[in-house]
Design a protein around this ligand. Structure first.
Ligand SMILES: [Zn+2]
Ligand SMILES: [Zn+2]
Length: 439
């Protein structure tokens, strides 16, 4: 590395992107861009410059334990705990900046429990990348994309992607040779994608949108002085809610057990982030109101939580989850059995991902589905054949010639006799009547 370049600070005083906005850059993105600005790999920057300066507490231990440790737990660098604080301190020392904590969630360490907070791997909006590429503005990764509860891009109304469209792999937050906007496995430019499902079709669209807007506000407020992100606020808010409605109604609206509610209001427990969002949604107040408003005079707009209870699901695609899901359907007698495509849409992922993760289970499910469809169409054919035989006889008894049109009219099944197998049955039945001298 060209150390002579740095007369004052050891590393460039690179400006973080989007400070004070919902789209503020993540610290891991900043580190990656810092390496690019110095024309070195991230591995070199971390190994030679950053690791030696890390506080002994956390990251250095991780780094000593084996080089890969820091990369494995890299997403925590954007989080609320020591890993983030350590990295902020080290980078601020090297860049002489004093605002890098706002690229992490440390401001909210009191109210954001780690559980269910950050994605372990990357997620991105291909359209954002594309737009920045076309406009030749800096390519970066907003902190928003690392928050597990953020599922969509509210600028482009698209679902965030979590698998490289080229190699179908998940992309780690940091790796030695990573470049922002590119897959670290196959170097694919992530603006290019081939799967774009329209979001409005998705039943959770409104909830997805509510979440990303609210979390965006949370990030926007991070550097402001008006926030008071203390734990006590939750108790105040819930007690206030109990003044306008009953405990029973609150529990029903939020679909939570009484014991959880009690642990928040009596003890000092705090819900996971997904659960906090659901509480606020049901009370009809925004995260911003929760953080900045006067909770003693706040107006609630109570409403039930209409979506799947997903408070405790942290990562739908985590190892084991998909397999468990597929195994269930492969061995169950659910009727009708779902197709692999249907399961993919329930889990909300690409069908190909399921085939990559568990090809054998997918084959079993697919076979079950095809067998069912075939059996059903066989049953339906048999049913229609019987109906046609009946219709021919009924018409004949009424003195009406059982023409194709008359049969179809009687059955209210236009065009049904056109099918070859049905036509044969119709002809055969007429022949039989003729031979018996009845037609
Ligand atoms: Zn976007
Ligand atoms: Zn790839």
């Amino acid at each position: 590395m060209d150390t002579h370049l740095f007369s004052i600070s050891r590393l460039y005083n690179l400006n973080p992107i989007g400070l004070g906005t919902p789209f503020v850059e993540s610290l891991t993105s900043y580190i990656t861009r810092l390496a690019e600005a110095h024309n070195v790999t991230l591995g070199a920057l971390i190994g030679k410059e950053i690791t030696p300066r890390l506080d002994k507490h956390y990251l250095n231990k991780v780094a000593i334990r084996g080089g890969g440790g820091l990369y494995k737990s890299a997403s925590s660098i954007n989080g609320v705990k020591l890993a983030a604080l350590d990295m902020v301190a080290s980078l601020e020392h090297l860049t002489l900046r004093s605002d890098l904590q706002f690229l992490t969630l440390t401001t909210y360490s009191e109210i954001l429990p780690t559980r269910g907070l950050l994605r372990p791997k990357k997620a991105w909006c291909p359209k954002c990348f594309e737009e920045w590429g076309v406009n030749k503005t800096d390519i970066y990764e907003p902190l928003l994309w690392y928050i597990q509860e953020v599922k969509i891009c509210n600028v482009h109304k698209t679902r965030l992607h979590t698998y490289c469209p080229n190699c179908s792999k998940e992309i780690p937050t940091l790796s030695r040779n990573i470049r922002v906007g590119f897959c670290s496995h196959c170097a694919h430019w992530l603006a290019q994608s081939n799967t774009d499902s329209p979001l409005h079709d998705n039943e959770t669209y409104y909830w997805d949108y509510w979440r990303v807007e609210n979390i965006g506000q949370l990030l926007e407020l991070m550097s402001s002085n008006d926030i008071n992100p203390g734990r006590a606020r939750l108790k105040i808010m819930l007690n206030q809610a109990l003044k306008v409605t009953t405990l029973r109604e609150i529990l029903t609206l939020m679909d939570i057990p009484k014991s959880s509610f009690n642990s928040w209001i009596v003890k000092d427990n705090f819900p996971s982030f997904p659960c906090l969002l659901r509480i606020l949604y049901c009370l009809g107040i925004s995260l911003k109101q929760f953080l900045t408003g006067d909770l003693n005079t706040i107006n609630f707009n109570l409403r039930p939580f209409p979506y799947r209870k997903d408070c405790f699901v942290t990562n739908r695609f985590s190892d084991g989850y998909i397999e468990e899901y597929l195994e269930f359907f492969a061995n169950s007698d659910v009727t009708p059995p779902p197709s692999v495509k249907r399961i993919a849409s329930i889990i909300d992922c690409d069908r190909r991902l399921l085939y990559i993760r568990a090809p054998e289970l997918c084959k079993m499910i697919s076979k079950k589905y095809i067998d069912y469809i075939q059996a059903r169409s066989h049953d339906r054919n048999e049913f229609v054949k019987k109906q046609v035989v009946n219709a021919v006889n009924i018409l004949n008894r009424q003195g009406i010639y059982p023409s194709r049109r008359k049969v179809e009219e009687l059955l209210k099944m236009p065009g049904v006799v056109k099918a070859r197998a049905i036509q044969l049955v119709w002809k055969h039945e007429k022949e039989k009547l003729k031979q018996e001298g009845r037609l």
